[in-house]
Design a protein around this ligand. Sequence first.
Ligand code: ZN
Length: 180
Amino acid sequence: MPGDFVGTTEEFTPGSGTYSSGGDIHSIVSGNVVIDKKKRIVSVVPSTSTPPVVKEGDIVVGEVTNVRDSVVLVSLAGIKGVGEREFQDPGMAAIHVSNVKQEYVKDLSREFAVADIVKAKVLNIQNMRLDTSQKSFGVMKANCSVCRTGLIRDNNKLKCPACGNVETRKISSDYGTGII
Ligand code: ZN
């Protein structure tokens, strides 16, 4: 931790992530102490275990948990670019009806359904607003509302390969690819 004693200047040369004061070497970062025995250098390598936070402009994926009149609620599952790493869960995010697509949206239940996996851009972190208006954003994966089979894209609609049910969504151009 910053300020922690990691050695003395009699033993070591202060390396990166440290400072010396009155013969003592202290850490300036949170991390792990690394000692180079040959060169007798003590360093502190910053810890990368701090989970990343969601930022404005991030591309995120999540699961739709609720579809209301003017807003869709999404539970975030991942941030593009951080791989499988855990991140600091900002809580529920929301896609307002005005941020779904370029065209006017009359009925949100024609664009999203509970349990859909969506890809979106973070517009605002204060109230965790998401945007799906770009082509690659929107629903990435959806199940048939009748039989729960995974829907397959059929032009601008989604079709159930099991029961033939046809549904509408704000479909991402990456639908079914798993590409975030
Ligand atoms: Zn079906």
